[in-house]
Design a protein around this ligand. Structure first.
Ligand code: NAP
Length: 270
């Protein structure tokens, strides 16, 4: 059975990935898939998406990826079904706005656990179901992994310190993994978006009406543009997609300007 797995599939980017994948237009990524597995905590939202996009093709896998027993259940499901994973998309992620000293310890633990531990553990559990297929085909047909990082990972970010650090982890991990897995014809694409029109900002500010404001509001992008671009980048086996002109400038600045200068300007914006 040839499958795609999407974490964080109950909303935002993950949901849009799921919607795009049922359209079958991404043959290079393994489409048409026998099944698309959608992972998130909200079972009701996953079921609604399944009904809307394809009840016969979609399997909902309600899991809290920060809970070790959920990770065990996921590993058990894979060992029972023994699928070939052609595409793994790690989109689940969160971060809480605010200065570190004032944040809740539980929020810090949740962000590190979901953005770093869960992403790397899910990948490690999935790899055995990708490797033999990758070795049996050429690079173009090989399995793909898409990890959603963020432009926040380019630099330390006062006011969003833990989140930015977790996304630096995702960038570093993804790029190393892309190099490690090249010989097995598995490609890892690290996607670095800037602000995007999803629930992320509402969760990060604990406010259902929250929206990006100020400087960030000028760079908000939509999932309709970001997700097809991410799938195309993975199709081309690109190791990194920095999405949008503003984020590309930020990426360049992070490489050429002294970090203390950027931290000075960022601190002024707090
Ligand atoms: N939106 C932005 O501005 C932006 C910018 C750059 C990068 N990103 C990154 O993009 C990725 C997708 O975020 P998004 O913008 O689509 O935000 P979103 O709409 O809030 O989606 C986050 C997804 O993660 C799932 N999730 C959260 N905690 C989970 C847990 N413990 N176990 C399993 N699933 C969990 C959520 O589902 P449940 O609540 O149902 O579990 C939801 O499906 C994240 O990695 C985020 O860091 C976002």
């Amino acid at each position: 059975m040839n499958i795609a797995i999407v974490t964080g599939a109950s909303s935002g980017m993950g949901e849009e990935f799921a919607r795009q994948l049922v359209s079958n237009q991404y043959a290079l990524l393994g489409a048409p898939f026998d099944e698309i597995w959608l992972i998130a905590r909200s079972e009701d939202k996953l079921s609604k998406i399944k009904t809307e996009i394809g009840p016969d093709k979609v399997r909902t896998v309600p899991l809290d990826l920060t809970d070790p027993s959920s990770i065990e259940r996921f590993a058990g499901l894979l060992s029972e079904t023994k699928p070939t994973i052609r595409l793994l998309i790690n989109s689940a992620g969160m971060g809480k706005n605010g200065v570190f000293a004032e944040q809740k310890v539980t929020d810090t633990q949740q962000a590190i656990s979901l953005n770093c531990s869960a992403l790397s553990t899910v990948t490690q559990i999935c790899l055995p179901y990708m490797i033999s297929y990758g070795e049996s085909v050429g690079k173009k047909q090989g399995p793909r992994i898409i990890n959603i990082a963020s432009s926040a990972g380019f630099l330390p970010q006062p006011g969003f310190a833990i989140y930015a650090a977790t996304k630096s982890f995702v960038i570093s991990f993804s790029r190393a993994l892309h190099a490690e897995l090249k010989s097995k014809h598995i490609s890892v694409t690290c996607v670095c978006p800037g602000p995007c029109d999803t629930n992320f900002i509402k969760v990060s500010k604990n406010d259902p009406d929250a929206a990006f404001t100020g400087f960030k509001a000028k760079f908000v992008t939509s999932v309709d543009k970001l997700i097809p671009a991410s799938l195309r980048a993975a199709g081309k086996c690109k190791s990194m997609l920095v999405f949008g002109f503003g984020q590309k400038c930020l990426h360049l600045a992070s490489k050429i300007l002294p970090t203390r200068w950027i931290l000075f300007f960022e601190s002024k914006m707090l």
